[in-house]
Design a binder for this molecule. Structure first.
Ligand code: SAM
Length: 244
C-alpha cells in the first residue's frame, strides 16, 4: 500500500514511521510512504505557506495554492487522483472499521493541517474524507496521520509476522480483547489462570470469550450494544455491569 502524506514536517512523520513494524514493512516493500513537503510548493520568495485569515481572528491559516499544487504533483506521480483524507478535529472519529476500509485502498493521501487549519476552498476541491482522531485539538495533523498509517498498515497482508494476530483482537465483533499472559507462570505471586495451561483448546476459547465480554462490559459498555451475544453471554455481561 502506498501513502502520500502532505505535511510541513516530513521529517517528523518519516522518523516515526521508519521505526519498528512499519519501518520493517517499508524495508520489505509492503508499504511505501512519501512525505511530501507542502513548503516545496510555496509560490512566494519567502517560502511562506500561511497568511492571516480574512475577517480577523487568532492565528494563521495555510494557504490554498501550495496545498493544491502539492496534491497536483502527487497526482502526476501517481497517474491517478487518489482519495484525500484531511486530518481534522471536525472529521468523523477514526475507528477500526475505518482502518479496515482504508486498508483496501492501493494509495491514500493524508493531508496534515497546521496553525489554525487550511483555506476552505482547497479543502472543497481536493478532500474526499474528513477524519478526526478524537475530541481534542492538536497543533498539527502529523501525529493523527501517523496514527492512521499505523492502524491501517497492520491490516495490510504481510505487515504483521502472523496475520492471525490482527484478526483476534480488540474491536473484532465489538468486543475488547481478553487478558493475555506470558512466562513466567507466577510473577509477583500472581498465577497465570489454570485454564491457559491446560492445553484444552475449547476451554481456552470459552474462557477468552467470557473474559472479553466481562472486560467490554466493565470498560466499554457502549460497544456491547453492537456485539452479537447469546442469551447466556448477555447474562454474563449484565452481571459484570451490575458488579461495577
Ligand atoms: N482551527 C481548527 C478547528 O478548530 O477545527 C483546528 C486547527 S488545529 C490547531 C491544526 C491542525 O491540526 C488541523 O488542521 C488538523 O490537521 C490537526 N488536528 C488537530 N486536532 C486534530 C484531531 N483531533 N484529529 C485530527 N487532526 C487534528
Amino acid at each position: 500500500m502506498h501513502f502520500y502524506i502532505m505535511t510541513l514536517f516530513p521529517d517528523m512523520v518519516m522518523n516515526g514511521l521508519n521505526t519498528s513494524i512499519t519501518g520493517r514493512a517499508i524495508e520489505k516493500g509492503l508499504l511505501s510512504i512519501d512525505a511530501v513537503n507542502i513548503r516545496d510548493y510555496a509560490y512566494n520568495k519567502h517560502n511562506s505557506v500561511d497568511d492571516y485569515p480574512y475577517g480577523g481572528g487568532a492565528g494563521m491559516l495555510m494557504q490554498a495554492e501550495p496545498v493544491y499544487q502539492t496534491y497536483e504533483a502527487i497526482c502526476q506521480k501517481s497517474g491517478k487522483r487518489p482519495r484525500v483524507v484531511y486530518l481534522s478535529p471536525q472529521g468523523r472519529t477514526f475507528c477500526q472499521t475505518m482502518a479496515e476500509e482504508y486498508a483496501r485502498e492501493e494509495e491514500l493521501v493524508l493531508l496534515c493541517g497546521h496553525y489554525e487549519g487550511i483555506d476552505e476552498r482547497v479543502l472543497e476541491e481536493i478532500v474526499t474524507d474528513y477524519v478526526s482522531i478524537g475530541d481534542y485539538v492538536l497543533t498539527g495533523g502529523e501525529l493523527p496521520a501517523m496514527i492512521m498509517v499505523d492502524a491501517i498498515s497492520r491490516l495490510v497482508p504481510g505487515v504483521l509476522h502472523n496475520d492471525v494476530s490482527a484478526e483476534f483482537e480488540s474491536f473484532q465483533d465489538n468486543l475488547l480483547e481478553y487478558p493475555q499472559y506470558s512466562r513466567p507462570e507466577i510473577w509477583h505471586e500472581k498465577q497465570v489462570p489454570q485454564v491457559l495451561l491446560s492445553g484444552h483448546h475449547a476451554n481456552i476459547e470459552a474462557w477468552r470469550r467470557e473474559q472479553s465480554i466481562i472486560r467490554t462490559a466493565k470498560n466499554r459498555p457502549d460497544l456491547l450494544k453492537k456485539a452479537n451475544l447469546t442469551e447466556k453471554e448477555l447474562e454474563i455481561a449484565k452481571k459484570s455491569l451490575a458488579i461495577d
